[in-house]
Design a protein. Sequence first.
Length: 265
Amino acid sequence: MELNNAPHITIRDLKFGYSKDSLVLKGLSCEIKVGEKVAILGHNGAGKTTFFNVLAGLIRNYEGSVKLNDAELKKLDRCGIARKIALVPQKHEPLFPFLTRDFILMGRYSSIGLFGNPSDKDLHSVEKAAQETGADRFMDRPYNTLSGGEMQLALIARSLAQDSEILILDEPSTHLDFRNRFIVMDLVKKISETRKVTLLMSLHEPNDVLHFADRVIVMSDGRIVADGKPYEVINEKLLADHFGIRVKAISNDEGELVFKAIAAI
């Protein structure tokens, strides 16, 4: 899609720690523009999940500024944020045997309210999201009986049912096998283009970033250490310095760059 130069999210000197003596986010500053597909690349413990929890409004006591359009995020209520931002969490443990259909319908909470009844528009949004993700194949199965790949599709469908402008996915391919990892990543890319949403997703694998993102923000130890186009930012030195792994850059038959791991440093 054609990008809009207007910032969708503006972050200035964002700091947050779960205790006073230990910051997880150490002064992040960046802008996410309307329609971008942005990957957040970082090692375990880099602060990616905490960063996403701030953006989704789950953490309010941060320092610095996080603006959604022109509004400070911490001043918006939960429903207001949910209408703008949908989060697919890294991990979700089903507690009750909800039907998948009802689980996806939970994405309409910001429109329905706690005790409201779903309208035809709500039900249409659920059906549309299920069809887009392929979750319509198991809509009447209990959510807690789904496979890992099916569960991830249902989580994405629930977020799409929100009809939000911004979609955030925290490590969407974690715990998936090779086939399902590709299916989910390819699905996310297509959704961002067909729905014209702004997309942020955290990833561990540099090759996934090269294939599925327009821009990469590299985080290390709570800081942004690189930001730009994936093919310009990701290189052997960056992966050695911030991931502790020696890699070799290889061009495949299509001229695409691929990183092959050689050894841990």
